[in-house]
Design a protein around this ligand. Structure first.
Ligand code: PMP
Ligand code: GLU
Length: 399
């Protein structure tokens, strides 16, 4: 079938694809350890589920206003004030079907042919694809492990051209777990203001942070940068609500209104009763968050230590999120049964077939020397998965 030109460049989400492949292997009876899925393994807290069930019982099963119900917008406004010292009004908030949908709407509303969007690499797989789908050009700017995988203001400024429209910043980062401190954010903000570049600030991992400083939203630094920033957040990570498909953005009201128009012609409102769950997530008890974070931290400490003990592997210590991003390129060039492993895709394939371990290849995040492992799985599976990785690496021979 002849498809539209725009889709010829679009790749399916590698993170979702690898998760689906691992699930398919499991369905065939093969026991695969899945480090692929970027989704918390905890259940949604009970009080949130109850709120959604209540909403169903009350008959809140109809369309809602396209950009979300007022009481959820108010809960989001209160959250942004409380956690991020940011003040917004209702016209500056939109609720969509996940942070992914929010980002897609932003790309459709802001970008077009002739524009460039700066994306620091390693980046989350969907950013370049969304920019491409909107007709604009993603401009990847490499950050190194030595730089803590952080974009410096200097590198940011050097990447700016007359065509640059926006920078996509994600902290804590998927896949590296790196996050920005106040000083670096201030330097980046100065460059953005000087050149009038918008910042799409994806803060979905804000609550999963192991540093002794709190998450700081770049929008909160001053009024000028706030005007240029669109804050993106959601419920998937902090409240273990991936399947609910609920996310939101706060920013310029013209942009929010344009996003709402796009939404009105595509998905309409996010699911009515999910929105009621969302209100309770933000207004109700936050007690589950530190419990989840402590568990993730314990897993992080274990997985980083084990990976760094493996010969030829080095692993950056993530400050947040629930991923590790080990460097494994010292194994490139080695072989198994005559097949040479040349890159992260080959390594992923080898781990899956030989080791029965699913990981995500670094190349899809713009860093081919690396692999991504999600530690949103049980300690038992992490231990077993790492044993399999270690054994698989040992089986590789030179040449
Ligand atoms: N941003 C980042 C950095 C992510 O890792 C994800 C994946 N969960 C999302 C946005 C989208 O999250 P969701 O659509 O589930 O809210
Ligand atoms: N964000 C998660 C990940 O990176 C979920 C999958 C996706 O939406 O791509 O694994």
């Amino acid at each position: 079938m002849k498809l539209a030109k725009r889709v010829s460049n679009v790749k399916p989400s590698a993170t979702l694809e690898i998760t689906a492949r691992a699930a398919a292997m499991r369905a065939e009876g093969i026991d695969v350890i899945g480090f692929g899925a970027g989704e918390p393994d905890f259940d949604t807290p009970e009080h949130i589920k109850k709120a959604a069930i209540e909403a169903l019982k009350k008959g809140y099963t109809k369309y809602t206003p396209v950009s979300g119900i007022t009481s959820l917008k108010d809960a989001i406004i209160a959250k942004l004030q409380r956690d991020n010292r940011l003040t917004y009004n209702r016209e500056e908030i939109i609720v969509s079907c996940g942070a992914k949908h929010v980002l897609y709407n932003i790309a459709q509303a802001m970008f077009e042919e002739g524009m460039e969007v700066i994306i620091p690499a390693p980046y989350w797989v969907s950013y370049p694809e969304m920019v491409t789908l909107a007709g604009a050009a993603p401009v990847s700017v490499d950050t190194t492990e030595e730089e803590g995988f952080l974009l410096s203001a200097d590198k940011f400024e050097k990447a700016i051209t007359r065509r640059t429209r926006a920078l996509i910043l994600n902290y804590p980062s998927n896949p590296t777990g790196a996050t920005y401190d106040l000083d670096t954010l201030e330097d980046i903000a100065k460059v953005a203001v000087k050149h009038n570049i918008y910042i799409i600030s994806d803060e979905v991992y804000e609550k999963i942070l192991y540093t002794d400083f709190h998450h700081i939203s770049i929008a909160s630094l001053d009024e000028k940068i706030k005007e240029l920033t669109i804050v993106v957040n959601g419920f998937s990570k902090a409240y273990s609500m991936t399947g609910w498909r609920l996310g939101y953005a706060a920013g310029n009201k013209e942009l929010i209104s344009a996003m709402s128009n796009i939404q009105s012609q595509s998905t309409s409102n996010p699911t009515s009763f999910a929105q009621y769950g969302g209100i309770d997530a933000l207004n109700g008890s936050q007690d589950e968050i530190p419990k989840m974070r402590d568990e993730f931290k314990m897993r992080r400490d274990y997985i980083v230590r084990r990976l760094n003990m493996m010969k030829g592997v080095s692993c950056f210590n993530p400050a947040g999120a629930f991923y590790v991003f080990p460097k494994i390129s010292s194994y490139y060039g080695k072989s198994f049964k005559g097949h040479q492993i040349k890159n992260s895709l080959d390594m992923t394939e080898y781990f899956l077939r030989e080791g029965r371990v699913a990981v995500v290849p670094g190349v899809t995040f713009g860093a081919d020397d690396y692999l991504r492992l999600s530690y949103a799985i049980s300690m038992k599976n992490i231990e077993e998965g790492l044993n399999r990785i270690e054994e698989s690496l040992d089986k590789l021979s030179n040449g």
